[in-house]
Unconditional design. Structure first.
Lengths: 254, 308
């Protein structure tokens, strides 16, 4: 059994899926982020001045890019894997000699590719409004990949336990979006009262956004080593749990 | 060589329902085998376990000698499954559905393209290869699932009610396709509610009821157990009541139709000569019910209540 062919097949299928419906998957983040940059960055941002030495527009660009990566890598995997379950074509994979780790890698790979493509689209849009200096490009790329992987895994677990389409929209709407907005996309955590600064430190997205901001414009509110440690730790835990679910057939087998 | 060997297979669902109660079953390589049973008897659970869609509670399954637990990849590579329900991505093209399945079995791109073309042509779907699958008719969708199941050239093809809901013309053409696939050396296990289909296609048969195998023999042996055939006779002249003939049981259908039970010991020649002697002329006759259907009802009926 050639696992690399199975992985390539699954990955191509996943990429083909979101590319085929690009008006639903790639166009919305371009329009939404252009509006963010225009309204928050340009119209309101010009009156705010600078944050930690950067113009408000430059300051919000990394957070907006990473917020798009988070929501799209998550939604790609949760929607794709859940609809695979819902339409029963998960059975195509289950009857074939495809190991569980290949199934997981294929779906996560699809989510990561979508996250990266959306990230590039949003970066392209942001360059129309701001000057991105790519201070630490390696760190920016590493954070981008870790973030896309982490939220693809979270989306996979959501899909495994989902029993209806409502179940796949609850977490993005009521957990991911609030955590992203409160993760320092539009402000520096140092601008908050002490108690809210402390509470914010419990938000893992805050670390990722700051680490990505450090990679792009060299500014961060947190120690980026914590960002890497948190991301890698969560990835190991979520990947192990996903493999356990696949092994036990949770949500996919009787 | 056994294509399938099932030993003491049990399945108890989380709600406590015991779908399989320790079944044993063997299917020879090259066979065309019918697995029959009423709704809820355990057929789909058995097929689900064989094709890795359902986790068994205990017991073992081996496919062409490969144990499904310990040699999973090899065992799975031998199987092609055509499920009861349409289960492909309705937004994909026919070609991509079949090609993708080849990829899941680790078949390299060039060979996968070749196999896809062969299977789609064999299923008369090549001209539909670029059609999005949801636009296909019911019969075509079923053929897509057969093409998909054959693309990795499995040694064992499992057909779970493959002709359910398709019209008689398509059903007959699918029978021809199945016969051809079997003739080329693929072992086939068929479940169906059309007993005429099983009688026409299969050489061996197992009947499952209440999670137990209640019959397992060759089709010929099973059918030979029928002692009486039932016919419907169309008469040339109307009759006001059923005739009385020694050795035959008549039932008056209407003025020009008679139902008759013909014991194998008496035979049709005697029936016709006895009817002629009473000036009753028969224009045509047909079987009242399919022979296997009759046996199936007897076997399932006699086991009713056993597992409750």
């Amino acid at each position: 059994m050639n696992n690399s062919i199975a992985l390539k097949t699954l990955l191509f299928k996943e990429v083909r899926r979101f590319m085929r419906i690009w008006p639903q998957t790639l166009l919305p983040p371009a329009v939404t982020t252009a509006l963010y940059f225009l309204i928050f960055g340009k119209l309101i941002g010009d009156r705010i001045g600078t944050i930690n030495g950067a113009s408000y527009m430059d300051y919000i660009v990394p957070g907006v890019i990473l917020m798009s990566v988070i929501s799209h890598s998550y939604s790609n995997v949760v929607a794709s894997f859940y609809s695979t379950k819902f339409q029963h074509h998960i059975e195509e994979l289950l009857v074939a000699p495809v190991p569980n780790w290949i199934i997981l890698l294929g779906y996560i790979g699809g989510g990561v590719v979508r996250g990266i493509v959306v990230g590039l689209v949003v970066t392209g849009i942001s360059m129309l409004f701001a000057v991105i200096t790519f201070q630490h490009i390696g760190i920016a790329i590493a954070v981008l990949l870790l973030t896309a992987t982490l939220f693809s895994l979270a989306g996979f677990i959501n899909a495994v336990f989902a029993d209806s389409f409502d179940d796949i929209s609850l977490i993005p709407n009521f957990i991911l979006t609030p955590l992203s907005y409160l993760g320092g996309v539009f402000y520096s955590v140092s601008m908050l009262p002490d108690i809210w600064q402390t509470i914010s430190m419990g938000n893992p997205i805050l670390y990722l956004i700051n680490a990505f901001r450090f990679g792009l414009i060299g500014i961060t509110d947190v120690d980026i080593r914590i960002a890497f440690g948190t991301a890698i730790g969560f990835i190991i835990v979520l990947a192990s749990f996903s493999l356990y679910c696949l092994h036990k057939g949770i949500g996919i087998k009787n | 060589m056994k294509a399938l060997s099932i030993k003491n297979l049990r399945k108890k669902y989380a709600n406590g329902f015991e779908a399989l109660k320790g079944i044993n079953l063997e299917v020879d390589a090259g066979d065309f085998f019918a697995l029959l049973g009423p709704n809820g008897a355990g057929k789909s659970t058995a097929i689900g376990i064989i094709s890795s869609l359902v986790t068994p509670s205990s017991g073992s399954v081996s496919i062409f000698g490969y144990d499904l637990n310990t040699q999973r990849a090899q065992a799975k590579s031998c199987i092609g499954l055509v499920p009861q329900e349409i289960n492909f991505n309705q937004f994909e093209t026919v070609h991509n559905i079949v090609l993708t399945q080849a990829g899941y079995y680790g078949i390299a791109s060039k060979q996968a393209l070749k196999n896809t073309e062969i299977c789609l042509k064999q299923m008369q779907l090549w001209d539909k290869k670029d059609t999005v699958s949801r636009r296909l008719s019911g019969g075509m969708k079923r053929r897509v699932m057969i093409a998909r199941a054959l693309v990795h050239q499995p040694k064992l093809l499992i057909l779970d009610e493959p002709t359910a809901g398709v019209d008689i013309e398509i059903r007959r053409s699918m029978w021809d396709l199945m016969r051809e696939v079997n003739r080329q050396g693929t072992t086939i296990i068929l479940t169906t509610h059309y007993l005429e289909e099983a009688e026409s296609l299969c050489r061996n048969i197992a009947i499952i009821n209440n999670g137990e195998i209640v019959e397992n023999s060759s089709m010929t042996q099973l059918l030979s157990r029928l002692q009486t055939d039932h016919f419907i006779l169309d008469l040339a002249q109307p009759l006001s009541q059923a005739p009385k003939l020694n050795g035959f049981e008549f039932e008056w259908g209407n003025a020009k139709t008679l139902n008759v039970a013909v014991p194998k010991t008496e035979g049709l020649s005697k029936l016709f000569s006895d009817l002629s002697a009473q000036n009753i002329n028969v224009i045509s006759l047909k079987n009242k019910s399919n022979r296997l259907e009759q046996l199936f009802m007897d076997v399932v009926g006699s086991n009713k209540g056993k597992g409750k």
